[in-house]
Write a protein that binds this ligand. Structure first.
Ligand SMILES: [Zn+2]
Length: 201
């Protein structure tokens, strides 16, 4: 059986599988089992931690797969969903002990992606915290944008029976029908908020 990427997010605005973000459990498991982790008697386990920068041109990493859920895709065949604004994804691999307990992660991965508009227009990274924490639809959120958008918490626990381990995925994905219009709207509100704060202090 061929390895299957495990889907962790599907964009509601993409009709095709283009909007799928998946993880490759085999590649992640291989990382957790890699010789980096080998420990001698009395030595502490080494936890390899990988930061994946999935910005344009670096889709080639094997762990996070864009645009497929039913079969592995080569990096050259992968496409980012055109609605994606931001992605934060944490992946931890836990090995079960003899007694079935879950201890410290055997491997951790961290991947992030920001829309090119943000990289260019938000060099000081002041808009991004506003976007991640103040924008929403709950009472108490500072701002509810008019442009249609969707924020999804990512949460999956994948049991790997063969290797007696668990892959735990957490994170957040933000998509919008018109990413740049949405981001401009958020920017205008952020600027208003900043001006209000400056006037009151
Ligand atoms: Zn999409």
């Amino acid at each position: 059986m061929k390895p299957t990427p495990f889907s962790v997010f599907r964009c509601p605005y993409c009709a095709s599988r283009r909007g799928v973000i998946a993880i490759d459990c085999e590649a992640i498991q291989a990382l957790a089992d890699s010789p980096l982790r080998s420990t001698g008697p009395g030595q502490k386990a080494v936890i390899p931690s990988h930061d994946i920068d999935v910005s344009a041109g670096s889709l080639g990493q094997p762990f996070v797969v864009f645009g497929a859920c039913d079969r592995p895709l080569k990096a050259s065949k992968q496409t980012l969903c055109p609605h994606l604004i931001g992605l934060l994804i944490d992946i931890d691999v836990f090995h079960a002990t003899q007694r079935g307990e879950i201890g410290e992660p055997a491997a951790s991965l961290c991947a992030s992606w920001d829309h090119p508009w943000l990289l260019k227009q938000d060099p000081d990274e002041e808009l991004r915290p506003f976007l991640w924490t103040e924008v929403g639809e709950e009472p108490g959120d500072t701002f509810t944008p008019r442009n249609r958008w969707y924020l999804a918490p990512l949460r999956q626990v994948i049991s790997q029976r063969r290797s007696r381990s668990q892959i735990v995925v957490s994170g957040t994905a933000i998509v919008a029908i018109e990413p740049v219009a949405f981001l401009r709207e958020v920017r205008r509100e952020f600027n208003r908020e900043k001006a209000r704060y400056a006037a009151s202090s």
